[in-house]
Design a protein around this ligand. Structure first.
Ligand code: FE2
Ligand code: FE2
Length: 150
């Protein structure tokens, strides 16, 4: 479990997400968090029933919105790292790639209409994003601040 004492993230207002110091990234993180909440609510709503045609349409739309925006965000974050020579870039990129693979896995289960809207799935996005942003992304805060990136 994430330890706030060790990470000590500065929060955006009273939001649980850390302020990573780069405005564009903060904004994208908030949007990702709202997608994660939407996804959570959708999974919860399907826990007790079989998805019908309309449900599948919503699932397809939401999940492709999520994967597209995750890709956009990761690319922008990585581009910024490369541009300024962030020393932990390679490891950070590996973490992004691993998550993209996890998403692709879920995507193929959705495509095959073979997915269980139960258990861990409902918090999967939120948990990953929350930990990644508050622990891993937060690590670049000082670096970009020193480089004058806001
Ligand atoms: Fe990020
Ligand atoms: Fe990241």
């Amino acid at each position: 479990m994430l330890s706030f004492k060790s990470a000590r993230p500065r929060q955006i207002g009273n939001c649980l997400l850390a302020d990573v110091g780069v405005n564009a990234c903060n904004k994208q993180h908030l949007r990702l968090a709202s997608y994660a909440v939407e996804f959570h609510e959708m999974v919860e709503s399907l826990a007790e029933k079989e998805p019908d045609k309309q449900d599948w349409r919503q699932i397809d739309a939401l999940f492709s919105r999520i994967t597209r925006f995750v890709a956009v965000h990761f690319r922008e974050e990585e581009d910024l790292m490369v541009k300024h020579g962030y020393p932990d870039y390679a490891r950070h990129r590996t973490l992004h790639e691993k998550f993209i693979k996890d998403l692709a896995n879920v995507q193929s289960q959705i495509n095959n209409r073979n997915i269980r809207f139960k258990g861990k799935l409902s918090t999967m996005l939120w948990n990953w994003l929350f930990n990644h942003i508050n622990v891993e992304d937060y690590k670049y805060r000082e670096f970009f601040l020193e480089k004058g990136v806001k």
